[in-house]
Write a protein that binds this ligand. Structure first.
Ligand code: SF4
Length: 445
């Protein structure tokens, strides 16, 4: 049973030395109880406290790392629902590489996947892992694929190989980069030893909750805990149900055998089926999904979903409030104003660029809210926008005295003109996509 803050406090030294980064032992005990700290942060904890609190202070879902310098971190989640707090470690997306393919083609594919990066609302989105499946009897293909993935890419590796001897050789190549081993059958003590020897995580395979629990317990008995759980359910509905049971058991009941990140191999017969399956499991609650094919259309949709799900709902994505030059603006260039919600900024700046004109884009500080939300909250109104414009010195930067506001807040134009004497306020389009046609038809300076 989880210990309360007071239970934990009784086991701490109670000297209030502050070496753990918080001023008192009670404050540290409360952080431990909320799983926001680890006992190792108190250098003075007694052995008795370590024995008693070790398990209690472990995070409910273990943090697992796969890869070298830029390792993918998964797990360590604390809530069932994103809006309760946030999801911390986003789902890693892996692409399968089959060693039956021509090795030259595999190398090209590895390079292409390594270089595939997409920018969206200021973030770079990319594939996280390679899943190397050895499906031929040519041992050298497996080893060469691992070498190629190590040489041409910084992504972490998951190895799936039916031959233990070939697997060992493969692990030898990548053991410094924390690989993961995919199991096709129930784990044995030999598998745990192998993973320990090569500094690898182990992906347990099971077709029932009972089998998964037994294997996980067995691993814990031999002191191995870098586990990832792969529970194969009969269909997507049952998979969703099983994933929910696993997550709830770990978080609500502190059930240690299920306190590990989850894994799925996506099996859709078409790209649309794969997208549907991957989307459901990305939301609830897989930490790794493996895609059998490299499809940019599928990936872009999943990147977008993943970015939305794993953004902290309490912290809107925002850009710095300031004047952004679009193109190569001069003091005579037009001026647009909008809010510092990232999506708004990237859409408006992109469409101004598309229109082919240079301009000054004033991004007002509204704590990352969209235009209408900020207006409704009284943060994007004539008076506040005028104050921001004066504070950042726009009037010294430009000669023009015309400013374009978003069409959705046409109602602030009168107040803004009153608060900015000498300026003419032009109501722009409601949709950013209409900016190119708007600038062609309206005199902006
Ligand atoms: S480091 Fe340990 S003893 Fe010192 S305040 Fe923190 S919990 Fe208490």
């Amino acid at each position: 049973m989880a210990l309360s803050g007071l239970d934990i406090f009784k086991l701490l030294p109670r000297t209030n030395c502050g070496d753990c980064g918080v001023p008192t032992c009670m404050a540290f005990a409360m952080k431990l109880a909320q799983k926001k700290a680890e006992l190792g942060e108190c250098p003075h904890a007694s052995d008795e406290a370590k024995d008693s609190l070790g398990a209690a202070s472990e995070p409910p879902i273990r943090l697992i790392k796969i890869g070298g310098a830029n390792a993918l971190e998964i797990g360590n989640e604390t809530v069932m629902f994103r809006h309760d707090k946030t999801f911390f470690h986003q789902t890693g997306i892996a692409i399968e590489l089959l060693t039956s393919e021509d090795i030259g083609d595999l190398k090209k594919k590895i390079e292409e996947i390594e270089n595939y990066r997409v920018e969206r609302v200021g973030e770079e989105l990319f594939i996280d892992l390679f899943f190397i499946r050895h499906n031929t009897d040519k041992k050298d293909n497996f080893l060469e694929t691992i070498h190629a993935a190590q040489n041409f890419s910084s992504k972490g590796l998951i190895l799936d190989c039916p031959s233990i001897e070939t697997l060992k050789k493969g692990l030898e190549i990548c053991k410094d980069n924390r690989p993961a081993i995919y199991l096709r059958e129930a784990a044995t003590n030999q598998d745990f030893e192998l993973a320990k020897t090569f500094n690898a995580s182990l992906i347990l395979f099971a077709d029932s909750l009972e089998s998964l629990e037994t294997q996980s317990e067995k691993a814990r008995e031999v002191g191995f805990s870098d586990l990832i759980l792969n529970l194969k359910s009969r269909n997507l509905g049952l998979q969703l149900q099983d994933n929910t049971i696993l997550r709830r058991s770990a978080l609500r009941n502190n059930f240690k055998p299920f306190g590990f990140p989850l894994f799925s191999y996506i099996r859709g017969a078409t790209v649309y089926e794969s997208l549907a399956e991957a989307s459901v499991l990305l939301c609830k609650y897989d930490s790794i999904i493996v895609l059998p094919e490299y499809s940019k259309a599928l990936l872009y949709a999943l990147f977008t979903l993943r970015q939305n799900i794993y953004t902290d709902p309490q912290k809107p994505i925002q850009v710095d409030p300031k004047i952004y030059p679009i193109g190569d603006p001069t003091p005579d260039s037009p001026v647009f104003v909008t809010t510092n919600f990232s999506l708004t900024y990237f859409m408006v700046s992109g469409e101004i660029e598309n229109s082919g004109i240079s301009s000054h884009l004033v991004i007002a500080d509204v704590e990352g809210q969209s235009v209408l939300t900020a207006w409704a909250a009284g943060k994007f109104v004539g008076e506040t926008v005028a104050k921001f414009i004066k504070d950042i010195g726009l009037e010294d930067l430009v000669k023009t005295r015309k400013i374009v506001i978003p069409g959705f807040v046409s109602q602030i134009s009168g107040d803004l003109e009153e608060s900015l004497p000498g300026w003419e306020v032009i109501v722009g389009p409601q949709e950013a996509s209409d900016i190119p046609s708007f600038v062609k038809n309206v005199q902006l300076t």
